[in-house]
Design a protein around this ligand. Structure first.
Ligand code: PLP
Length: 400
């Protein structure tokens, strides 16, 4: 049987912080600033001579650090840092590495917000971005230039569920002294990108890591040196642009990491069941857990043991009109909530071409197969699988 060499679940278990008076849950340290007993010590912190002191919560905070330690343990990394959103994680990471005159190679099938950041904001800062079919390693290699600093991809992409070959991309970055940055938002605890070759992992914790669709947060995972560089008082992008994570939210996420692997398995099981039922009906769902998916084997080689293949499924229903009608019915019949975002306990359905991928120009969307009729499902684990699938087909049959 396949074994997760790193054993992310055991790593989570073995992170242990006690609360005051021996509590099994750590306390939340909300202090915005910390005292120094000797004024000279504060000066030494600013001079970079004294490290590891708490000074000001934008620089470091015990509860934010605790969440970082636990996430890093799960991801087999030296360090991690919670930030205020997934976009903050992506932007701070890339701007920490790249400056004017540098070049990024990005997957052409990524979250629309990331696409807009790369296509519109980075060129204004003199950072050039080439979008490429990340599944075609020859094409990726052909895009490399002397000033390429980063290759960027989503483990499983939003919304087309294209699978990145992390080890294959790593070889290209190593040969060209670039860094591999992987957005693992869709697959936390299912794929552990760092042992596979990623240098840095970014997350929108708003999604599965939260699991409750009740907060916005992000995280950056990598080497201790990289995470420290983000907090440098003279040049750190998190420290100086300020999108830090609130300690209260850090504590929430710290607690929720314990049940993340259990939730991800439940999402995976429900999504596989749903995708198989669609396939049995002769439909063509996109789900990398299905053997018929072109990248099934590639993903099977990268997932940890006993995790499944994630909770996201896409289905092309032919046109925007049909997608709208079906989505509305699915909400009325309590199969799904019509909403963007993902990773909730209940199924969410959206129409990416008309929402979270609308930033990608229509002709590029067509080339990617991201047509107007695609519905994206974030399959929840709440509800009886048979009952929920029956509800889906009742709605589907009324329209088709
Ligand atoms: N990365 C992916 C894959 C996403 O789907 C999203 C949001 O939908 C983000 C990053 C951005 O995350 P946030 O909304 O937390 O800023």
């Amino acid at each position: 049987m396949k074994k997760d060499k790193h054993n992310h679940v055991q790593a989570l278990r073995d992170v242990q912080h006690f609360g005051e008076e021996g509590g099994v849950v750590p306390v939340i340290d909300v202090a915005a600033t910390s005292t120094f007993m000797h004024p000279k010590d504060m000066e030494r912190v600013f001079d970079g001579e004294l490290q590891g002191c708490y000074l000001y919560s934008r620089h470091s905070n015990p509860t934010v650090n605790m969440f970082g330690k636990k996430l890093a343990a799960m991801d087999a990394a030296e360090a991690a840092l919670g930030v205020s959103s997934g976009m903050a994680a992506i932007c701070c990471t890339l701007e920490q590495i790249c400056s004017q005159g540098d070049h990024i190679i990005a997957s052409d099938t990524i979250y629309g917000g990331s696409y807009a950041l790369f296509a519109h904001l980075f060129p204004r800062k003199g950072i050039e971005v080439s979008f490429v079919d990340i599944a075609n390693l020859d094409k990726v290699k052909a895009c490399v230039k002397p000033n390429t600093k980063v290759i960027y991809a989503e483990t499983v992409s939003n919304p087309m569920l294209a699978v990145a070959d992390i080890a294959g991309l790593k070889k290209i970055t190593v040969a060209n002294h670039a860094q591999l940055v992987i957005d693992n938002t869709f697959m936390p605890s299912i794929v552990t990108p760092i042992p596979l070759g990623a240098d840095i992992v970014v997350y929108s914790c708003t999604k599965y890591i939260s699991g409750a669709s009740d907060l916005i947060a992000g995280a950056i995972v990598g080497s201790s040196d990289f995470i420290s560089s983000l907090l440098d008082i003279n040049s750190g992008h998190v420290m100086l642009t300020g999108p830090v994570l609130d300690p209260r939210i850090s504590h929430e996420l710290y607690m929720r990491l314990d049940h993340l692997p259990v939730r991800m398995k439940a999402h995976s099981d429900a999504a596989l069941y749903f995708a198989e039922k669609l396939e049995e009906r002769g439909l063509k769902p996109v789900y990398p857990g299905l053997k018929s998916h072109t990248s099934h084997k590639l993903l099977a080689d990268q997932v940890n043991a006993h995790t499944g293949f994630g909770g996201m499924v896409a289905l092309n229903v032919g046109s925007l009109e049909k997608a709208r009608s079906l989505a509305e019915k699915l909400q009325n019949e309590k199969f799904a909530l019509f909403a963007v975002s993902l990773g909730f306990s209940r199924t969410l359905v959206s129409i990416p071409a008309a929402s979270t991928s609308s930033e990608i120009p229509a002709e590029d969307r067509e080339k990617l197969g991201l047509s107007d009729g695609i519905l994206r499902f974030s399959i929840g684990y709440l509800g009886d699988l048979e009952v929920m699938t029956k509800r889906f087909f009742k709605c589907f049959d009324e329209i088709f």
